[in-house]
Design a protein around this ligand. Structure first.
Ligand code: HXC
Length: 510
């Protein structure tokens, strides 16, 4: 009996070594952790239950029958994050570069199926070279099975991908179908084809970092939602994100103890908005001052900085925050900002996370670059996302809400439930200068008349009261009371039920 037990321990020890001590040392030398070390950091201490540790590939081509490694390049199982169940798979770069074989795919599929059945989040840790080349179509078929399950689970359970090394092919396409992608700076890359193939096909010489580093994907392509300094920080931040997310689309948001009273008054907010309407202020200061303990998890921090999106809590419950950022491009809505916010709003709506929208927007960005880039369609995405949302929507107009952007940013007209405005709000078709230049063009040569017209326009329209007179704004609130008002609105809206007519699915302008 003792013999059998020892043999099990030996087999386990062999499997835990993956591609062997030399390859583990190489992994460490590159500043990367192994698959198992990563899982240990991600999950609560001792909570990991591994599946399929002894699975091996079945490939006989190219001498593969001589190199079979237990586990076959991916570590899979489940565990907990702050006590809540999550499913996890971690690619093992030390085994055939983490590449995906038929059996490796079966292991991931098993975890995907269990996560969906158990209605718990799934987290993929990627460090892998795509389809295992020696297996040909068997590997491609395996990826198809992974992709299909990504799509089936979309909007049902949160799916998170963490890119921790060079990733190509299927190891970027599967993440692309999940809800969030995080990367590690200077040592994780995502590309459909690597620099060598690029050189062959297009004759471009490009480094892995230039082609698909964290900087490119968080600031330029917007493929990734955040980047961190190393494996440890990335995995700890994923734990933090999990704490904000519901287990599934019907579980409701998690409720954590909050030490921050909803009645907290923030007198400094009364002077946040400068007297000069063209002067910026940092909307992140406003977010920090109204949410529980100032705790804000930003999504896509480095992309389209003119809009801020992320998760926070009110009275211990998760909310999504969408806020125009006057510090960048005056908070204007352009194609990138619209796309970024639309995706975030849809995530929140799919997972029943209420949305708080903070508005200070001078309109849509004019110009050929924007129009040629499809601003009409991208702007429509945000309009569409808010209009189809059935989660509680609370809006606070802080300063400008001009033109179409007023409608888009969770206005009453497209379905927001509670719409507040600060006394500093200006709700109008456009700012005073632009408006007067158009409607009083005949007076343009008379500066006195123009000054009088501008004043008249400012007094009539650049306030929250015209909108409030019509009931488009439910109440004009004191800035210092924003936390209390928003918290009370969210509490009242907790029982919201909104129905939509039956349809197979909508046709959002993709
Ligand atoms: C089999 C692979 C492999 C693969 C890497 N390895 N990728 N084995 N199939 N796809 C092996 C290498 O042979 C090597 O083995 C070890 O993993 C480490 O790889 P290196 O190249 O030494 O590492 P590095 O220099 O860091 O480069 C990593 C890499 C590169 C950028 C990922 O290996 C690479 O470009 N791999 C191929 C990527 C690719 O084209 N994949 C197919 C995509 S198609 P040894 O024994 O020497 O240590 C696809 C289809 C899905 O995925 C469908 C999408 C829609």
């Amino acid at each position: 009996m003792k013999d059998i037990l020892e043999r099990l321990e030996d087999r386990r020890a062999e499997a835990r070594l993956g591609g062997g001590a030399k390859r583990i040392a190489a992994q460490h030398a590159r500043g990367k952790l192994t698959a198992r070390e990563r899982i240990d950091l991600l999950l609560d201490n001792g909570s990991f239950e591994e599946f399929d540790m002894f699975v091996q590939h079945r490939c006989d081509d190219f001498g593969m029958e001589k190199s079979k490694i237990p586990g076959d390049g991916v570590v899979t199982g489940w565990g907990t994050v702050n006590g809540r169940t999550v499913f996890v798979f971690a690619k093992d770069f030390t085994v055939f570069g983490g590449s995906l074989s038929e059996t490796h795919a079966n292991k991931i599929n098993k975890i995907q199926d269990m996560a969906l059945k158990m209605r718990a989040p799934i987290i993929g840790l990627f460090d892998a070279g795509g389809a295992r080349i020696q297996e040909g179509v068997a590997a491609l078929g395996g990826y198809g099975e992974v992709f299909k399950r990504n799509v089936m689970a979309s909007g049902v359970i949160p799916q998170i991908s963490v890119i921790l090394g060079p990733c190509a092919g299927g190891d970027v396409y599967s993440p692309a179908m999940t809800d969030f992608i995080f990367m590690v700076r200077d040592r994780s890359y995502m590309f459909v084809t690597g620099p060598d193939v690029v050189k062959t096909v297009t004759n471009e010489t490009v480094t892995a970092e230039e082609l698909g580093g964290a900087k490119i994907h968080t600031a330029k392509s917007s493929v990734a939602d955040g980047a961190f300094a190393d494996d440890v920080e990335a995995l700890l931040q994923v734990r933090r994100l999990i704490d904000f997310l519901p287990a599934c689309n019907t579980s409701g948001v998690p409720v954590w103890p909050s030490f921050d009273t909803p009645e907290r008054v923030e007198l400094s907010l009364d002077t946040l908005v400068p007297d000069n309407p063209n002067k910026p202020y940092d909307v992140k200061e406003l977010i920090g001052k109204i949410v529980d303990e100032g705790d804000f998890f930003e999504i896509q921090e480095s992309f389209a900085k003119n809009i801020v999106t992320g998760f926070a809590r009110m009275e211990g419950k998760s909310v999504g925050i969408v806020a125009n950022q006057p510090m960048v491009l005056a908070g204007v809505l352009d194609s990138d900002a619209s796309r970024k916010a639309a995706r975030f709003v849809r995530f929140c709506d799919a997972f029943e996370i209420p949305i708080v929208t903070l508005v200070d927007v001078p309109g849509f960005l004019p110009g050929t670059a924007q129009e040629y880039g499809g601003l009409i369609k991208h702007g429509a995405k945000l309009m569409f996302a808010y209009s189809e949302a059935t989660v509680p929507l609370v809006t606070v107009i802080v300063r400008k809400a001009f033109g179409g952007a007023y409608d888009v940013m969770a206005s009453k007209h497209i379905g927001a439930d509670v719409n507040y405005a600060w006394p500093t709000a200006q709700v109008a078709v456009m700012g005073a200068k632009g408006a007067v230049e158009i409607i009083f063009r005949a007076d343009m040569n008379d500066p006195e008349k123009i000054a009088a017209r501008t004043k008249e326009y400012e007094q009539r329209f650049l306030s929250p009261f015209v909108a409030a007179e019509r009931g488009y704004i439910d109440e004009v609130i004191m800035p210092h009371a924003t936390r209390r008002r928003v918290a009370r609105a969210l509490a009242m809206l907790a029982t919201k039920k909104a129905e939509r007519p039956w349809r197979k699915h909508d046709n959002i302008p993709l």
